[in-house]
Design a protein around this ligand. Structure first.
Ligand SMILES: [Zn+2]
Ligand SMILES: [Zn+2]
Length: 182
């Protein structure tokens, strides 16, 4: 049971060297991993440097602190979430509302079921649903009257004689009567 002291020393030395090399590699790997991870989670250069410094100085406890405090979502996940939220907002904005009572209406509806406001009109030729403001059917190019209210007003206005026109017949008859007298 006689150990050569130099052999023992050498074994201890080699063991320590291996352990030291392993720890140094681990330390470097953790710093690289932390840097990559914080780069995906934060745009702030100050936060990036701070985090890498904490892990470099405190080593494993530093990594533990970082794991607890790091932002929960990566920048990519945040971006995806923003996209989804915007898409959701877009669909909400796209839902048509009744101009009369602002109730949500469906695209195929002709009349609002709540307040009976006219929402669409049908093409007289192809029966497709058209917006009230359209003057021509985009499906069959049939000309359709624009806003029905405006059209009615115009027709009503043109069919009604003006005040002078209304007075004219009387003037004419009076002239005729004067002619008859003289
Ligand atoms: Zn309505
Ligand atoms: Zn049509």
């Amino acid at each position: 049971m006689n150990f050569d002291p130099t052999l023992v020393n050498n074994i201890v030395l080699i063991g320590t060297a291996f352990a030291g090399a392993f720890l140094a590699t681990l330390w470097l790997s953790l710093i690289i991993w932390t840097f990559r991870d914080i780069r995906r989670r934060s745009r702030d250069p100050f936060a990036r440097i701070l985090v890498v410094l904490i892990v470099a100085v405190l080593f494993l406890p530093g990594l533990l602190i970082y794991a607890i405090l790091r932002p929960a979502k990566t920048l990519e996940e945040e971006y995806q979430q923003t996209l989804e939220e915007e898409a959701l907002l877009q669909t909400i904005e796209d839902i048509p509302l009744c101009p009369g009572c602002t109730r949500k209406v469906q695209t195929g509806w002709v009349v609002c079921p709540s307040c009976q406001t006219k929402l669409k009109k049908r093409c007289s030729h192809c029966e497709e649903l058209l917006e009230l403001s359209w003057n021509i059917c985009p499906f069959c190019t049939t000309e359709v009257p624009g806003m029905p209210v405006e059209k009615d007003e115009n027709e009503y206005g043109s069919s009604l004689p003006s005040f002078e026109e209304y007075l004219d017949p009387i003037a004419n008859t009076m002239e005729n009567e004067e002619d008859n007298i003289t």
